[in-house]
Ligand binder design. Structure first.
Ligand code: ZN
Length: 227
């Protein structure tokens, strides 16, 4: 993987915690115009990496641990507002985004090397690999990366990465604290993948008193979660 750092984005925000997901894009424009656009302060857009069709990786973010870039715009995840820029590493693939323009092997090989490196470094689960079109709000606002063989890539290359914990009960109530005396504030369904931000000991549920925090004031009993 050839990595170049001779182009740098300037539209940056301070990153407060490590990235937890990846967002894959298509540039729509060609390589030269995309590099120029993503490094131009007037564009108000930027990205962490751009991978050319020839497989050259341009690192546009001068320091991934210090800054996040502006590539995803307004996003939703599971229906909730989601600050995808702050949470993610954004990767642009040079592609016309027509659905017919191919993603050459050299480009995919570099993508795989980059994603393997970052997903291992930041412990990012394959369930947290997203396409821009999966997150962009309103739905349909973005179509990139059109034509990328997503399912094949996730099922193949993605299978080496860990999966997130999974709900194994029909309905899992989300409560505002780690016990059933707390009000129900939402629910997860069988098979849903969850991000456990923190664990604590709470009410014993069928022999298991571990609870997991999955949001600001959102707790679920881990009795019903398979790790
Ligand atoms: Zn995009």
């Amino acid at each position: 993987m050839k990595l170049l750092r001779n182009f740098t984005s300037v539209s940056l925000s301070p990153r407060k915690r490590p990235p937890t997901c990846l967002v894959i894009h298509a540039t729509v424009g060609g390589l030269t115009s995309s590099l120029s656009w993503l490094t131009n302060p007037a564009s108000q857009v930027s990205c962490d990496f751009l991978i050319s069709k020839a497989g050259v990786v341009y690192q546009l973010n001068p320091n991934l641990d210090q800054f996040y870039t502006w590539h995803a715009g307004e996003c939703r995840l599971s229906g909730q507002p989601f600050n995808a820029n702050a949470e993610s590493i954004g990767i642009e693939l040079e592609n016309a985004n027509t659905g017919k323009d191919p993603y050459p092997d050299l480009q995919i090989e570099s993508l795989n090397a980059l994603v393997a490196d970052k997903a291992h470094k930041y412990a990012i689960s394959v369930d947290r690999f997203y396409r821009h079109l999966d997150l962009a709000f309103p739905k349909g606002r973005k179509k990139d990366p059109a034509g990328f063989p997503w399912k094949q890539w996730i099922d193949g290359f993605g299978s080496q990465f860990p999966r997130l914990p999974r709900v194994i009960v029909h309905t899992l109530h989300i409560r505002s604290g780690p016990a059933t005396i707390y009000p129900i504030v939402g629910r997860k369904l069988y098979g849903d993948r969850i991000v456990v931000l923190e664990k604590t000991l709470g009410e014993d549920i069928s022999g298991n008193n571990e609870w997991g925090r999955i949001g600001p004031d959102e707790w679920v009993s881990l009795r019903w979660v398979e790790f």
